[in-house]
Design a protein around this ligand. Sequence first.
Ligand code: V07
Length: 256
Amino acid sequence: MFKRLNQVAKIFVHKKQDLIQLDVSSIPLHVAIIMDGNGRWAKNRGLPRIAGHKEGMNAVKKVTRAASEIGIKVLTLYAFSTENWKRPQEEIQFLMKLPSDFFDTFVPELVEKNIRVMSIGEIDPLPLHTKEALTRACEQTKQNTGMVLNFALNYGSQDEICKAVQQIAQDVEQKKLHPKDISRDTIEDYLMTHHLPDVDLLIRTSGEKRISNFLLWQIAYSELIFSEILWPDVSEEIFMAMILEYQNRHRRFGGL
Ligand code: V07
């Protein structure tokens, strides 16, 4: 399902006067992003935090377009963590409206670009209108065979691993599984990402150098890029430059 492209063509991207040259044969299959810095972006402009989240959604659209264009197969975005419930009520309410905003303004383009929306995380505790927007986005794009745009919503990796262990224990109890047959592959089958390829590249914006409970198991062999750029300032070109950075590291180690 997620085969690597085997083309020798290059993709050229204009970055002011520079030209970014990407190697189509080593595009990461799965890129995951911690979209940090929305609050700081707003604060720097004397705007409320929610203005940063709104601009952050525009960056989501730009990066989605760029990722799909260069042939990334899965883009996983950390939109709302299990810890984000600690934020002010007003901010949470605003964040919970973003999936339906996104749906109204972007689903036609996703359909046109053959992009499929999926999600990981505990959906049940989300407000009904948020769940409905997410379900509709997934439904309306489910025939699409291009890039998977995977939103991590109310996601926490330690909770994900706990749930996997509970399910494994239950299957052992019901004799569906023998303890000695539990391998790394078995554990992967019980994670929320069981249907997705390995994460090749994890990006975190805004200068924080932490993983913050995102995809702990899945990033075992990923390249990590920590960028100082605030998420709302990420453009198509900046994203392409991050992919180039990935390729430059990969060329050094890939052949060994
Ligand atoms: C959210 C915008 C990006 C910056 C970081 C946090 C704020 C897109 C979505 C979304 C989620 C599901 C869906 C369609 C769109 C979203 C939340 C926050 C909660 F089906 N951006 N975005 N959801 N931010």
